[in-house]
Ligand binder design. Sequence first.
Ligand code: CP
Length: 358
Amino acid sequence: MAKLTEIGWEEYSGLSLDEKRPYLARWEGDGMPYHTLFAQQFDRGLLERLCALANRIRFINKSKEGALYLKNVLAHKRAMLYFSQPSSRTFLSHLAACQLLGITTGSVRDAATSSEFKGESKEDSIRTFSSYFDMIIMRSPEQGLAEKMAWELSNSDRPIPILNAGSGKDQHPTQALLDIYTLIRSFETKGGVDGRTVVFCGDLLRGRTVRSLSYLLTNFNDVKQVFIAPQELQVPDDVIAILKKKGVRYEIGEDLKAGVKVADAVYMTRIQDEWDTAKGASAKIDTSRFKFGAEELALLKPDGCLLHPLPRRDEIATCCDHDPRAMYWRQMRNGMWIRAALIASTFGFEKTIMDCGY
Ligand code: CP
């Protein structure tokens, strides 16, 4: 079993994501991640196990007795939500997931309110949090920070797990898990996700959810990925390199209506102007053709679905909101179930919940 305690940071950080994966798994050997840092940690078997567990938790929680059972499962654990970037859904759904499982939580939502403001290093901050909690769920504008902190903690006397709740422009693995869970549920009675065409649209360059979801989709058979964006915001080369390596069919274009006509799922994204290096740079890009409204909805297949990680601005018109193919509200709630499944699995309670009598 590969262990983060047996490899230096320099050597570890030079590994490919595939090579890193075994170092981040639970030592108990059930294949589930201990630290969840990037989408490459999940293969199809793990995705299906997590979705089955999310369904199970969802079902158990329907009755009062079941909900009270769940509240006792991890009542002995504490989780820290360390979000140094704004968030509504990811923060609240992780919080709600912890509450479902009886986990006590604490939070820092702005580094300016912690001792980082007084000059404490991130390493010392995380080490401090680990003194009081059994898991850290963290969002940071810094790419790779969650990974570095996972290595630091694994090499400390409090080697608690880290869940990456969004790292820079790089990865948002738990968002991709809820996106996959939503796709699996959407196509459950319609032949499944295999063979589908998924169209990504919007700011594909800086959208971390796109990178994570694009990878998770490669676990399914013959899923074609289509990337529709202004040239300046097109999908980055590293995403395409993975698709090429895995032999995944893909297309790059600028015609949203053409994409919608062939799509089984359309994944809209917001222009991520918070990453602009020059103020107002995004506003100079013509994004008017990359919005989904009534005309696009009319082109979407009857059993197609429309997703968005949210928050949105105007890239999906509100007139789409009540269409049964609009999945973005369900995505949010699915986030709570799949994150509860991930947290329970991280602590080794997958089997306990799957096999309980409820
Ligand atoms: N999708 C997502 O990450 O939303 P929040 O930024 O509100 O957490």
